[in-house]
Write a protein that binds this ligand. Sequence first.
Ligand SMILES: N[C@@H](CCC(=O)N[C@@H](CS)C(=O)NCC(=O)O)C(=O)O
Length: 215
Amino acid sequence: MKIYTIPPSLYGAKLRILLRHKGLEWEEILPPGGYGSDEYKQIVPTGNIPALVEGDLLLADTEAIAEYLNEKHPDPPMLPSDLVHRAKARQLSRFHDTRLEPEVRKLFWHVSPESRDADLNTAQEREINARLGQIARVLPERLTEFEDQLTLGDCGFPITRVWIDALSQALALSICWPDVFEDYFAALERHEAVRAELADYRPKIADWVAEACKA
Ligand SMILES: N[C@@H](CCC(=O)N[C@@H](CS)C(=O)NCC(=O)O)C(=O)O
């Protein structure tokens, strides 16, 4: 299995938590010409990373890849057995991908001192805090209902937290993590896959942000 990605890719890291948890082997390849390039779009029409290549199969979008791999390699299952709990796990994942992460991403290209934007920082600090407050309201039931199971819905949050921590330090943002996140992240970090990915990923993002701050 080959994965098109680049080392700092947030969704690449999200996907690697699943790959590690399932004990799969994969090879990472850089998108030719970079993601979004015309050259890469010859292979992956949307130009997105990560994308999976397996024989004739080419799949882009982390959610589609994760659902595919979870069905193909069902052990350990990364969706709850209960119908309603499965829906709630998917809700977590969609919230991460469509509501929380896009607000964090808006800051990526404004880390360099030359492109810093105080108004954007204030707006995104407010948006990120609002999103964290929203998802915090469903986390207590997440912790009770899926107990210690690591689900597809969980993989994005520890990765986006790495970015939030690094960006809030670099840009002096005041981010308020509701208390329930302490228990949530502790539950996720009981899984070796999460610990291993964070150990690998955190320094990459620290370097990325340090480099951007110099630019
Ligand atoms: N929803 C997509 C988001 C992935 C994504 O945003 N990837 C970024 C890089 S981390 C990308 O490929 N952007 C394409 C572009 O900017 O042209 C997924 O889950 O795979």
